[in-house]
Design a protein around this ligand. Structure first.
Ligand code: RP5
Length: 171
């Protein structure tokens, strides 16, 4: 694995399954990462210490997933000038809308780049982190471009699948 460049944080172990989808993307793109569980509400001192030292540790982007009153990404952003990407998660009867609003509505000057709710958000946070880091890495840029081409190829191959399904359905 490449040197650790992305810190992936989650507010609780209950966030793991969804956040793991993003970690897999980082692994597949060969972006170095570390993964931590810490909470803006339950372990605020750890969050502040991590964010304050992250840049010096060599990290380049932080990804934070949290649900409910989701303040993890915002708290990290309060303590670092590294880009912070927030992933709102589903953790309450409000189905992630609470986390989305808590993550996205940051005050001016303390940005959190907020992606969609849940698994697609975790995946896109990883892709976005890779694209940010690729600005300074030609080898990662090539990997990101290859991944994009792979996505295009995948859609192309769906046409045959579509036609087979329609033929089977007599359409
Ligand atoms: C948030 O509260 C966490 O990120 C999690 O999504 C949610 C619920 O946490 P648990 O009560 O499951 O630990 O801080």
């Amino acid at each position: 694995m490449s040197a650790v460049a992305v810190g992936v944080l989650m507010g609780s172990i209950s966030d793991y399954e969804v956040m793991a989808a993003g970690v897999r993307v980082l692994r597949d793109l060969d972006v170095g990462y570390e993964v931590k569980v810490m909470s803006a509400h339950r372990s605020p001192a750890a969050v502040a210490a991590y964010a304050s030292g992250a840049h010096e540790q060599g990290l380049r982007v932080l990804i934070a997933g949290a649900g409910g009153a989701a303040h993890l990404a915002g708290t990290l952003a309060a303590h670092t000038r590294l880009p912070v990407i927030g992933v709102p998660l589903v953790a309450s009867s409000l189905a992630g809308l609470d986390a989305l609003l808590a993550t996205v509505q940051m005050p001016g000057g303390v940005p959190v780049a907020t992606v969609g709710v849940g698994k697609s958000g975790a995946v896109n946070a990883a892709h976005l982190a890779a694209r940010i880091i690729a600005l300074g890495s030609e080898s990662l840029a090539a990997t990101v471009n290859a991944n994009r081409a792979g996505q295009t190829d995948k859609v192309g191959s769906m046409q045959g699948e579509l036609e087979a399904k329609m033929a089977a359905d007599g359409l």
